[in-house]
Structure formats: structure tokens, C-alpha cells
Design a protein around this ligand. Sequence first.
Ligand SMILES: Cc1ncc(C[n+]2csc(CCOP(=O)(O)OP(=O)(O)O)c2C)c(N)n1
Ligand SMILES: [Mg+2]
Length: 577
Amino acid sequence: MATRLDQIGLKHHFVVAGDYNLVLLDQLLLNENVKQVYCCNELNCGFAAEGYARAHGAAACVVTYTVGALSAFNALASAYAESLPVILISGSPNTNDLGAYHLLHHTLGTLNFRYQLEMARHITCEAVAVTHPEEAPYLIDKAIRAAFRNRKPVYIEIPCNLSGALCSAPGPRASLLDLPESDPVSLAAAVDAATAVLRKAVRPMLLAGPRLRSYGGVEAFRDLAEAVGCGVAVMPSAKGFFPEEHEQYVGVYLGSVSSPGCSALVESADAVLAAGPIFNDYTTVGWTSQPAVSKTIHVDPDRVHVAGVTYNDVFLNDFLAALAEAAKKNPRNGTTLLEFRRTQLESALPPTADQDAPLTRAEMCRQVQDVIDPNTTLIVETGDSWFNGFNMALPDGARFEIEMQYGHIGWSVPATFGYAVAAPDRRIVLMVGDGSFQLTAQEVCQMVRLKLPVIIFLVNNRGYTIEVEIHDGPYNNIKNWDYAGIMAVFSSSDGDGRGFRATTGKELAAAIQEAVAHETGPTLIECTIDRDDCTKQLMEWGPGLPQLTDELLRVLSCPAPWTVQQIRLDGAAWRPR
Ligand SMILES: Cc1ncc(C[n+]2csc(CCOP(=O)(O)OP(=O)(O)O)c2C)c(N)n1
Ligand SMILES: [Mg+2]
């Protein structure tokens, strides 16, 4: 296992120790090329690996049986949704325990020791359990190969008593990392069909989707954009996959809450090539906006849909590269770009607020924007931080990370930790809401432990503001914390994390100055803003999402034939129509 993790290029793996994995951890420590990084709990451990995979391409984490693994599963599901090859390794009962009728701790107290493997199958593309030392090299390779081919997580279970057992040495890594090749006939046909569509189009557009990076298409997409010469928009989770300073860049496409001028271009285009998109309820703003299917060349990771025909076994990277070669510049393709530039007002810099006035969201964003340089990775958490992030300008080289398909609040703190471990030379900036932070806050102590100079903007708006905009109630209020003060707790006597509270523009500017200069640990800046001070995009996006409104209840509930009357929870009698 250690040799393979080393050979696939991992420099670290993330760990929470437990008595089902201790011997395994000893074995992994023998390979000094792959360092162990410890986490506070297994959910965070999984998310740290997820964040590491974003920066490094792949990741591994090691946990103990059931009590550990079941927590890590949530993060593994995130890696599935976000298409990241994360390898989850769990210790498991000895191979003789079942036959010996041994009831074991950390289990359900039954003799079923298979449930964890069965559960893992649903959230991985390959789940294996080693049951004999000689099977280990084969099963480990099988799982790792699947992770790289599918860009999805995998699960490997290793019994305690086999963790130190001898097995045959692994051979050279051979084809472990190879991607499958497209079917040449399908590929050529798909490229022909797409070329014909693009050639005919008067107002073509390119749209980058979240799967573009996972499936290795970022460079080919840029080549294609330059070959076609048309406008390029990105979906929110693909922000940063096409350079924002490029002359063809037109902004973030998110239906009615897109960046200025962008949705009109995408929706009026006569051909849209969407590379690795995910059109879900969030990204279509509650199914209100999506480029017309009939006009879309839809490029999935392993198939392409063009003009009502699906070309299977055509891989995204191959397709984009071949199409870039084939696409000829259409002189009219610049039309949309020209229109776009005409509609853009001179982008005025946001006004600087009165520096002694209470801090506002807009002033906070204005100052965060100044921190983002070409070497920055901006990581944004679910919440209004998403929308704050979409609005930030990324200079060339800057990167952007978001977990918009899975949307687990609390993801960002451990994922930022993992990302920072993988990319120690980048400036890592996190924007996270108070509610999200409360889920996984403790992982900041690992940033302190490893002296990672992450800058955390903790947006304290006293609650779940994004939920307030979707559907408000008392459940959106949360207990306030002394977020700035928490850094002293995490630093204790052997760390150097710093915490500041900014209640005005002046205090924020001073805190940022300290944060940028602080190199021996993380800095958390608590930005206190009003509970209702949110982006205008959130105000429009939130109410657009489908919810359990009375109208939907009426549409969805098909009463059973014997139902005469149903009593709603609020006591109001409701009769089926
Ligand atoms: C694990 C999990 N639980 C619950 C939710 C539902 N949820 C989505 S956003 C959100 C609130 C986020 O609040 P905060 O981090 O304070 O962001 P804000 O919008 O206030 O800036 C909640 C509870 C979720 N997405 N994930
Ligand atoms: Mg909040």
C-alpha cells in the first residue's frame, strides 16, 4: 500500500488512528516519502483528503473500523459528487474473528463484518476487502486504477491481522494511472458532428463545467476556445478553469444571477458547447435557466451529445483536444463578444466605505479582493460566501475551490487544511460563514500544528443567512461564538494561530495587514456583519429554489384512495381536491 501511494505521487496521507489500523499505520510510516498528517476526526480527515485531491490530483486517508469509517463516508460521498479520486483505507476485524464467533467493539455487536464494505459500494467506484495477504497487491491496484480512471473515490479494507503480513512486492506501476482511450470511430463522428454545429453557428458560446478539471480537459478547453474565437462563460464550480483576464472571458453563468451580461449571451446563443457541466436545481436556479438542450453540445466525462445523437466511449479530454484541432475560426464567432463588450459598463471599483462605520458585506469583499493575487487559491464555503466568491475577480494564476454539487456545510475548513498541505507555496484564503464553521472548526488546530499560513475570513452574520433567504424560521439562528478568541484556544502553548475581530473597515484593514505578514500559522479574521446583509444574487437565487410550499404540497400529494381528510402539522384541515 505504502509503495503504491508513493508511486502514484502522493506526498501525504491523512489519518485518524484507532486500534483497527495501528499496525497498518506503522507499516505506512516505513515509507518516508509519504508523510502522515493527523486530523481531529474522520469527517474532517475525509474532507482534508478531498481538499488535498483538489490541489494534488488524488489523495488517501486511513481510518479505523466503523466508528471512524462511517464518519469518513460523508466526505467520501463528497469526493464522489465532486469527482475526486480519494482513497479511503479502513482497518477491519481479524480474518479469524467471524469463524471464532468473536463479538467485537466498534461494531454493531453482531457477527456481521461486511456492512461497511457494502455501504462503501454506494459512494465509491470500487470497494475491495483484502481477505488474504496474497490478494492485497491485486486488490489495491484494482481500487487505485478505478479511482484514477473514473476520477471517483475508492474504498480499501485491510484486516488488522493482515496489516503486517508479507505479500509479494508490487511491480512497477505500469498502467495504473492510464486513462482509458476513446473509441476512435465514435470520437471522429462526434468531432465531425460538433464541428458542423459550430461552423453553422452565428452566435456560438463555450461554457466550462465543474467536471472539466477532474477529467483533464482544462487545457484542451482553452485551445478549443481560442480556435473557435467565441465568448467563454464558466459555471460557478468551474470558476478559474478559464482565465478571467482572457479577452474571450464573459463571466460566471448562473441563470438569472449570472455576472452582468453573461446569461443573455449564453441563453441567446445558437450553439453552446458545455464541457463537463452539471445542470442541477442549484445551477439552473430552480430549473429556470439552462442553455436550450437542442442547441447544446453536451460533453460528459465519457460521452458526448450532439444534435440528438449520443456518442459513447468518447472521453472529454480526447474530444476537446480533437475538436480544437478541427474547429476553424468562424469570423462571425466574435459577434457575441463584441456585443458583450458593448453592454459592459466601465467596471467601476466598488466604493470604499466609511472606515469607521460598521462593517458591511460589500466593504469586506472589497478588502478580500485586494488579498487575491496570482498565487492565491480562494476557497468558498456553502452559504453567501458562494456568491461573494463568484463576484471576486481572479487574476491569472489565482484558483478557486467550491463544493457546490455536494454542498456540505463545514466542508471548507478541513478541505482548506488538506489543500494547504498539498500546496504550501500558495496563499490560501478561505471565506466561511459562522454556521458552517461550527461543524468542523476544530480542524483549524491542525493548520496551527503544521504552521500553515492560511487566512480565514469568518463571516459572522449571526446565523444561516443563505437559509434565511431560502426559507426562514427560528432554526436559522445559531449560538454566537467568540470566533476570534478560538485561535488562542487552538494555539495553546505550542502554536501560533492568530485571531482578530473586525467590526469596521478600519479594523478589517489592520487585521488583513497582520494576516498577510503572519507566516508561522493561520490567521482567522472574524468579520461581523448584519444578519440580513447578503448579496443580491442570494436574495434572487434563494427564493427561486423549489421548496415545500403549499402549492407544491398540493401538486405532489396524491392522496391514497381511503384518505378523506388529512391534518397538516400546523393544524389546518386540508382536503384533497
Ligand atoms: C451538512 C449540512 N447540513 C445542513 C445544510 C443546510 N445548510 C445549507 S447552508 C446552511 C447555513 C450556512 O450558514 P453560514 O455558514 O453561516 O453561511 P451564511 O449564508 O450565513 O453566510 C445550512 C444549514 C448543509 N448544506 N449541509
Ligand atoms: Mg452565517
